[in-house]
Ligand binder design. Structure first.
Ligand code: MRU
Length: 352
């Protein structure tokens, strides 16, 4: 069963950006409406919306809001206002390249339109381009899912990291989209959903989505993956990515590297499922990808049996992503097909 709405939607009656508040799931399915670009940037930072493609789409609509907020009469002044908004949006989260990719795509379109359109026509043109980007995201995810599902065998148990489903995209999902497609094709699969500390995107969001789709799953804590891989109880490992470097190194949710290492050591195939908008050929290798460090409170805030776990004055570190070296990957699934090693050469072929 599909979700009832897209994660990120433009409301044409109210001229607002409506988003599922992912901080509240699974306790409540709440929709929040945003009226300004600054609010959208804050929602991205605060993870009301999260997941690389979803924040790209949110930023695109955020830029459309910036256009409507601007009092500019001329296309030149409008572009200056939108440029400032673009910088604010891009600074919201640093690792997922889809954010900058979406904002740059919209700004390029606004610049093109400014050659022959009025300020008001540019405002509408930017909204139309944001809508196109969002619609394309759904279409791209479905294509990736079709390619990815071919890699899944009937009876597979799949370990999945973080949340890469409809909630992490405009709709459908990347790695979770592959799982959903394989299930809809009738393959009897199971999913081991790792919790994904510290924000628990697996236990909260992926588990919630799998409930909607009826796919059998069990939640495991992150440190259990090695056990299941070593005892032959998982046949595939799937995750998404926030940025893929030119050599195929993959930045994804913290914990991905350890999971990929354990899978590689046990000969279990590992696939990253990513739209080509997540591939950043400007960075030669994963060591150059900026890694977001978030508030240590996210690590320290966890409770056990109703009590805070850590001592009151405890300190913590909270890198939100890590980089998995390309040698651990069996392939990278894109909307243009499955890319295999040598990634430096083959990724270039899918980005044209
Ligand atoms: O911090 P988040 O929840 O935005 O991190 C999300 C991930 O790491 C996903 O795996 C990634 O964005 C790919 S999802 C399509």
């Amino acid at each position: 069963m599909p979700l009832l709405m897209r994660t990120v939607t433009w409301n044409y009656q109210q001229n607002t950006l409506d988003m599922i508040d992912q901080r509240r799931l699974p306790a409540a399915l709440e929709i929040v409406s945003y009226h300004t670009c600054a609010q959208v940037a804050q929602a991205i930072r605060g993870m009301v919306v999260r997941g690389a493609p979803a924040i790209g789409a949110a930023a695109a609509f955020g830029l459309a809001l910036a256009g409507f907020e601007s009092k500019a009469q001329t296309s030149r002044d409008l572009l200056a206002d939108m440029d400032a908004a673009a910088s604010t949006l891009k600074a919201a989260r640093p690792t997922a390249v889809n954010l900058a990719w979406a904002v740059d795509r919209l700004m390029a379109d606004a610049l093109r339109l400014s050659g022959f359109k009025s300020a008001d026509e540019i405002r509408l043109g930017v909204l139309a381009e944001a809508q196109r980007l969002a619609d394309e995201d759904v279409e791209i995810n479905r294509r990736m899912a079709t390619y990815g599902a071919e890699l899944i065998a009937d009876g597979d148990t799949i370990i999945h990291h973080c949340n890469t489903g409809a909630l992490a995209t405009v709709d459908w999902g990347t790695a979770l989209g592959v799982i959903r497609m394989a299930w809809e094709q009738g393959k009897k699969i199971r999913v081991l959903v790792d919790e994904t500390r510290p924000r628990l995107q697996g236990a909260r969001l992926t588990a919630w989505e799998l409930e909607q789709y009826g796919v059998p799953y069990e939640i495991i804590s992150d440190n259990m993956s090695g056990y299941f891989l070593r005892t032959g109880q998982a046949q595939k490992v799937l995750f998404g990515a926030d940025r893929v470097a030119a050599n195929g190194d993959v930045a994804n949710k913290i914990g991905t590297y350890m999971l990929a290492l354990a899978a590689f050591d046990n000969g279990v195939p590992v696939y990253a499922v990513v739209p080509t908008s997540t591939i950043d050929l400007s960075l030669a290798h994963g060591g150059l990808i900026p890694i977001e460090e978030r508030d240590p409170a996210e690590v320290l805030g966890i409770q056990f049996q109703g009590e805070q776990v850590a001592p009151l004055n405890a300190k913590a570190r909270n890198p939100a992503f890590d980089v998995t070296p390309n040698r651990l990957l069996s392939g990278i699934v894109t909307e243009k097909g499955v890319v295999s090693a040598p990634f430096e050469i083959n990724l270039k072929k899918v980005i044209k």
